[in-house]
Unconditional design. Structure first.
Length: 487
């Protein structure tokens, strides 16, 4: 059954809000109740978890998103075989994480915390797989419900533990338990509602799936390395309190990437269908989608740059004002990363994932090299600059590949309208910064920017509706295939 687009949009936004609560709000509570030391410890453990989650998932969620988006329920066999591969890789990643954390000279307490975090790898992988299927089939209410239960457990128990004086070990145990519960719920929905077929395992299909997934896996590991390595590198060069400051800025960055990440996941399913089923491989047909992305990302980056100081102080406390320039630099990262991720989707949907991985490999290489040079000199600011440099290089390489092998997209034509509107509003707010009740300036910026973007046709509601819809031809085809299989 095709879901109503606006209903699915509500569930997608609900999932984003729940992700914000489970990550951003918990970081704020930790910083307020226990200070930067505990925040740094917790953030470091999460960085290790997310880094090795890239190894454990092996790129399987992205692979499943593409296959289900293109083939619907006919992809059930691919999903089952991919899950089997992922369980093996998750177990291997767990063992690797336990060994790796003991090689960096961390204290016994840090090693214990990170070791507990490793137990969340397998349920996190299963959650990711289920979410990919639900997103591709526009059945996001299942994901939203599973995540709601996970967030309820994490937030309520973590708040009680923090107020009771417990530390990072108790918080990590809570996270692991919540992940296990939500994974069990998501798997139940997947089996009973989304993909009820019972495919048999075939060795040849498993091997073919493994070969395809391998390329996705390398790309996913490189992406996770780029996202998490800076926190780990900072933990070697600076004290744990400085890591906490850097983690605060990084967490705001991750919150800013929630919508762009959702965008590229929705785009993957539709673009895979367009490229592989309809035979139309022109990425420019999704121009209205790109306009929506730029209308969201650019004003967000400009606004956070302008109000970076008040945001950090309001959310985390006055002691986190040192992360001001780290946060501002990471806003540049968000803008470039959003476009870079879309270009990655274009290449993967066109079955060019190997070429995509080759370009992505330069991202962590440049990031690590720049961070190694700048961290001893600039501290955590150097790590932020390294991240921007890495994503800029991969974006240029992907752009050149698409322009030479496919049909190029002129990304700069989407930027002027939202950029001029947001910069103009930022200049006005900066001019008014010394007036009474200046706390209302962020609300003024958001409201007027949104109104001007809509009035100037900076984005279209019909494009948003299209994002949340399954192509009618795909729905009809899937229904016929399912009915045929029943006879």
């Amino acid at each position: 059954m095709q879901q109503k687009p606006w209903r699915q949009l509500a569930f997608v936004l609900g999932e984003a809000a729940l992700s914000l609560v489970s990550s951003g709000v918990l970081f704020i509570i930790i910083s307020r109740v226990s200070g930067p030391e505990l925040l740094g410890t917790y953030a470091l453990a999460l960085a290790w978890l997310m880094l090795f989650q890239g190894i454990s998932s092996l790129g399987i969620p992205e692979f499943i998103m593409r296959e289900v988006g293109a083939n619907g329920r006919d992809a059930a066999r691919d999903v089952a075989h991919a899950i089997l591969l992922g369980l093996g890789s998750a177990l291997a990643a767990l063992c690797m994480m336990l060994v790796a954390v003991r090689l960096l000279g961390y204290s016994a307490y840090l090693v214990h915390v990170i070791s507990i975090a490793s137990l969340a790898l397998i349920p996190a992988f299963l959650n990711g797989v289920c979410r990919s299927v639900f997103l591709a089939m526009r059945e996001m209410h299942f994901t939203c419900l599973a995540l709601l239960i996970e967030v309820t457990i994490v937030m309520s128990v973590s708040l009680y533990l923090l107020l009771s004086g417990n530390g990072a070990i108790a918080l990590m145990i809570t996270l692991v338990v919540a992940k296990i519960v939500s994974a069990a719920i998501a798997l139940t929905f997947l089996h009973r509602r989304a993909l009820p077929l019972r495919p048999s395992f075939q060795v040849d299909l498993l091997m073919r799936t493994a070969r395809t997934v391998f390329t996705f896996g390398i790309g996913n590991m490189l992406s996770m390395l780029t996202m998490r390595i800076n926190v780990i590198m900072a933990s070697v060069w600076v004290d744990i309190a400085a890591v906490g400051h850097f983690a605060a800025a990084t967490k705001i960055t991750e919150i800013g990437l929630i919508v762009p990440n959702l965008f590229v996941q929705l785009l993957m399913t539709r673009m895979a269908y367009s490229f592989n089923t309809q035979g139309d491989r022109d990425p420019n047909r999704f121009t209205p989608w790109y306009q929506v992305l730029f209308a969201i990302v650019l004003p967000t980056c400009v606004g956070v740059w302008l109000f970076a100081g008040p945001i950090l102080i309001t959310l985390f406390g006055a002691g986190f004002a040192d992360a001001l320039w780290v946060l501002r630099i990471l806003m540049i990262y968000i803008a470039v990363e959003s476009v870079d991720s879309v270009m990655s989707v274009i290449l993967k949907a066109a079955q060019r994932q190997r070429e995509d991985v080759g370009r992505l490999a330069f991202n962590p290489l440049i990031n690590i090299a720049m961070s190694l040079v700048l961290l001893p000199v600039l501290g955590t600011i150097g790590a932020a600059v390294g991240r921007v440099a890495g994503v800029a290089v991969s974006a240029v390489l992907r752009y050149n590949l698409i322009a030479s092998k496919m049909i190029g997209v002129n990304w700069f034509r989407f930027a002027p309208k939202p950029a001029l509107i947001s910069l103009g509003m930022a200049a006005l707010c900066y001019f008014l910064r010394n007036i009474d009740h200046s706390a209302w300036l962020p609300l003024l910026y958001v409201a007027v920017t949104a109104i001007l973007l809509r009035a100037s046709s900076g984005f279209s509601f019909s494009a948003i509706k299209d994002m949340m819809s399954v192509p009618s031809a795909a729905v009809e085809t899937r229904g016929l295939r399912l009915r045929f299989r029943r006879y």
